[in-house]
Design a protein around this ligand. Structure first.
Ligand code: ANZ
Length: 861
């Protein structure tokens, strides 16, 4: 064909890459590795949306570039395919979720392939494949053995409509995120993972990650480490029980004028005065229905009720009333607080509302000294007043000394609290990984644990995991790794049992088994009990894992997707380590990205992986909005379908356009005229290099040398595009290519090598067109295998400047760059100079001094 015809060339090159295994990744070899990872999609029934190709194209550009630079590149794709929608569809239609999922995966794969990504499809994974989830279950067994699994009754979100428990993140403003149904609080038996045991490591590990600062801050806040003290008050009644509170401000202890217990606090019943019991009960009932967010919202009106009991303040023996109020959460700290209305805003509002005393105990330090004591509440630092012997101390000293004083009287101690809660890991659903765990009576558990040499015994944690099942205490035993995968059984109906249990609870022949406590074998109780003492009756765990489970470790399975003996071969893991670049949405700042870090650290602890963090470098693409600047959604009718764009303009235009919308990290509206623009650009490339006859254009020459202007423009373009790809500034790389094509259009002649070098630069962005033009210019088919062009910086000299690069004022390198190179780019390049990088390693850059055209100085410590 003579014209640029994406509909013809795109399928051709996609087949070419597939048939030639162009993007098949070799196993570890001599080359340096590059592992580019996308957040894998949930294959929904709606198909690919326009946001998917944004991040995927960016990763693809980097991966194609790295391949050209001589790296061994791993760029895989897979499916995060367990989840609620397929299950809901199954409930409605009776279609097995596996069937729905397979159809959706098929469609997603087809759509993604149409965009021409350099993916090694032989490494495709699917979290619902038993060969995959076998290892998800294996990781669960590691967690179990390490004592990181327990079972507890937890108030959880219960959705009567979905007949299932929902995670906090699945509840939006008191309704289910899926389906928008009302939800309520209910106590249910839950399998919980002790992520809090890793709180400090999850916090410390953030320091070394090359992640967006805002994401690190969100994780930090989510983990929410607070240092303070626990203070023990004695209740002034006959039994004299004690109430322990957690405070970050022990320095304000003299200002505590009342205590508040969470309505769910276990002491409430025993201390409440009989005359107040009815009111207290009524109040507790109301609090039950509210979310934590509603309860702690500053703007919400404060409610509470007096218990009739009093407590004694351990530092001054003051007798203060004990209230209950829902602004105190049962799940944080000790579930009880000392209220200091003079210095805490919520306590202040509460005291005003219920006319409780307010006692100032802190005054601001001298610096504030305009003579006025500030209005209350005053939450700042300063000096202690009205605090007995402690008066006059600074707040910081006060915290230490008061805590020490409490310690000496056994009335308190320093304490650290985390906002992070343990992870409720169970879902009462069918379409998830079954948990490889069974419940037996105490005697059977004793048999298993007495023999730590057996397959079952060696998989046990030090402390038994127990649970109350139908009124009996039961003990957890693992289904040992040798018996995995534990596959999902067929069910008749996908409706949850409605008792809070999953549909798995409705299949007795699966549920009730004979279990061998030595070998870990199971046989359905439909069969008669086998001979031997080791066989005991057992009931399977019916909870399945949440969708997060499969995505916690998928980055590892891509390294070795078919391994039947291990989650990943240690040699391969050592080579690939963890992704060099991970691109995905900022909406995953806490949950997925925190859970995956937790599991990765556990895997590190059991020796399954060599690295301690899963994602060293993370980048969030910004959301693409509708043309109207609003979020794309079906109800707004502003959804752009990538397939429609491809049909009209081709995949190369879609790719180029998504990258040209603006900086990758920015939120940006879809711009329909922009797609025309990039499409015209591609046609222009074609016309500049290809003639009427479909062969190299008449302007293409082999004799002689390139003109100095074109040569300089080419090398400027190589330099700029290379730097921009490295810095993920993909939109400006495209601008530069547009400038260069304008130049080519005007040029009288173009050296063949110039044309070929240019399409090499274009290849990561618009790979089909680049392959086609390359071949027509006489290049060996398979531009993806050609080495990346190198910029000859000497050609840019006249326009180049030299920067002296310093770290803390000492010269550590120099940088030659184009005169018009922007500050950000100079700084980014300066940081990459080996010697500079080594001096910056492990340090935080506090200040970046930039003198245009002369000096860069990083102040770091
Ligand atoms: C007395 C006090 C005086 C407090 C003062 C603050 C200022 P962070 O930083 O978030 O850890 N608190 C403790 N447990 C609570 C619970 N279960 N529900 C609601 N609030 C709770 O906050 C710790 C502070 O939050 C604690 O310090 C306590 O109030 C409150 F001038 O104790 B403070």
């Amino acid at each position: 064909c003579e014209q640029y015809d994406p509909a013809k060339i795109e399928p051709f090159w996609q087949d070419f890459w597939e048939n030639n295994g162009t993007f098949r990744t070799s196993d570890p070899d001599e080359r340096p590795r590059f592992y580019g990872l996308d957040m894998f999609p949930y294959p929904s029934g709606a198909g690919l949306h326009i946001g998917h190709p944004e991040g995927y194209t960016a990763t693809d550009i980097i991966c194609r570039y790295k391949k050209a630079k001589g790296f061994n590149v791993l760029h895989p794709m897979g499916w995060d395919a367990f989840g609620l929608p397929a299950e809901q569809y199954a409930i409605k239609t009776g279609t097995h979720p596996a069937q729905t999922t397979a159809a959706n995966v098929e469609n997603f794969r087809k759509q993604i392939k149409q965009i021409g990504f350099a993916i090694d499809w032989t490494r495709e994974i699917n979290t619902t494949d038993p060969n995959y989830y076998r290892w998800t279950q294996w990781i669960f067994l590691q967690l179990f053995r390490l004592g990181l699994v327990y079972v507890d009754e937890r108030p959880v979100w219960w959705c009567p409509e979905l007949r299932s428990v929902l995670a906090n993140e699945e509840v939006v403003q008191g309704r289910s995120e899926v389906g928008n149904h009302p939800v309520e609080r209910r106590n249910l038996r839950q399998v919980v993972l002790r992520i809090t045991a890793y709180a400090d490591r999850l916090l410390d590990g953030l320091k070394d990650l090359d992640w967006p600062e805002s994401t690190k801050r969100q994780q930090q806040a989510w983990i929410g480490r607070s240092e303070g003290a626990e203070v023990t008050f004695t209740v002034d009644n006959k039994a004299r029980p004690t109430v322990t509170v957690f405070t970050t401000r022990p320095d304000t202890l003299f200002g505590a004028t009342y205590l508040v217990l969470a309505p769910e606090h276990p002491l409430v019943d025993s201390i409440t005065d009989p005359s107040r019991q009815a009111d207290v009960d009524a109040y507790r009932e109301k609090a039950r229905a509210k979310s934590d967010l509603d309860r702690t919202d500053l703007a919400k009106e404060k409610t509470g009720i007096f218990t009739g009991a009093h407590a004694i303040n351990p530092v001054n023996q003051a007798r203060i009333p004990i209230w209950i109020a829902d602004y105190v959460l049962a799940s944080y700290g000790t579930g009880a607080i000392m209220a200091v209305p003079a210095h805490d805003e919520r306590d202040y509002e509460f005291a005003k509302e219920f006319q409780l005393p307010i006692q100032r105990v802190i005054e601001p330090g001298k610096s504030k000294g305009n003579g006025h004591t500030p209005e209350l509440p005053f939450a700042g630092e300063g000096k202690l007043v009205h605090s007995g012997d402690f008066s006059g101390l600074t707040t910081e000293e006060g915290r230490k000394k008061i805590t020490a004083n409490l310690e000496s009287h056994d009335a308190g101690k320093t304490s650290v609290n985390y906002r992070l809660r343990d992870w409720i890991f169970s879902r009462q659903r069918y379409w998830g990984e079954p948990m490889p765990m069974l419940w037996v009576d105490e005697e059977a558990w004793k048999k298993a644990s007495a023999n730590r040499e057996t397959i079952v015994g060696r998989a046990l944690p030090e402390e038994a995991v127990t649970s109350n099942l139908d009124g009996d205490v039961r003990y957890a035993l693992p289904i040992p790794p040798e018996q995995l995968p534990l596959t999902l059984p067929e069910v008749e109906t996908f409706q949850p049992a409605g008792t809070g249990e999953s549909p798995l609870a409705t299949i007795p022949e699966w549920l009730n088994v004979w279990f061998n406590v030595e070998t870990g074998e199971t046989i359905s109780q439909d069969e008669s009990k086998p001979e031997g003492d080791a066989w005991v009756p057992a009931r399977r765990e019916t909870n399945t894992m949440p969708q997060w489970a499969g995505s916690c470790w998928y980055h590892l399975r891509y390294m070795d997707p078919d391994n039947a003996d291990a989650l990943v071969d240690p040699e391969k893991e050592k080579y690939w380590q963890s992704p060099d670049l991970y691109i995905g949405g900022a909406e995953h700042a806490v949950l997925h990205l925190l859970y995956a870090r937790f599991w990765h650290k556990v895997l590190h602890d059991v020796g399954a992986v060599s690295s301690d963090e899963p994602y060293r470098k993370l980048f969030h693409q910004g959301i693409i909005l509708g043309t109207d600047g609003e979020k794309m959604s079906k109800s707004r009718g502003n959804v752009i379908n990538p397939e429609v764009v491809i049909d009209e303009y081709g995949a190369d235009s879609l790719r180029l356009f998504e990258m040209f919308l603006g900086p990758l990290e920015d939120m940006k509206p879809w711009n329909p005229s922009g797609i025309e623009g990039v499409h015209r650009f591609l046609k222009k490339v074609w016309r500049a290099l290809i003639g009427q006859d479909g062969q190299a254009s008449d302007k293409i020459v082999d004799e002689g040398e390139e003109t100095p202007e074109t040569l300089k423009a080419l090398h400027e373009t190589i330099h700029k595009v290379t730097g921009d790809i490295e810095g993920l500034r993909l939109n400006t790389a495209i601008s530069q290519m547009m400038i260069f094509v304008n130049h080519l259009t005007k040029a009288q002649t173009i050296q063949r090598e110039t044309g070929k070098a240019f399409v090499q630069l274009l290849a990561p962005f618009a790979p089909h067109m680049a392959e086609e033009v390359w071949a027509r210019l006489g290049g060996e088919p398979g531009i993806a295998n050609a080495p990346w062009p190198e910029a000859d910086l000497s050609l840019l000299k006249s326009d180049s400047v030299k920067y002296v690069v310093q770290v803390n004022g000492k010269v550590r390198g120099e940088l030659n760059t184009a005169k018009d190179t922007g500050k950000d780019e100079v700084l980014a390049e300066a940081k990459q100079i080996d010697k500079v990088a080594s001096f910056l390693e492990g340090k935080t850059i506090r200040k970046e001094i930039f003198v245009p055209g002369k000096i860069v100085n990083f102040v770091a410590n």
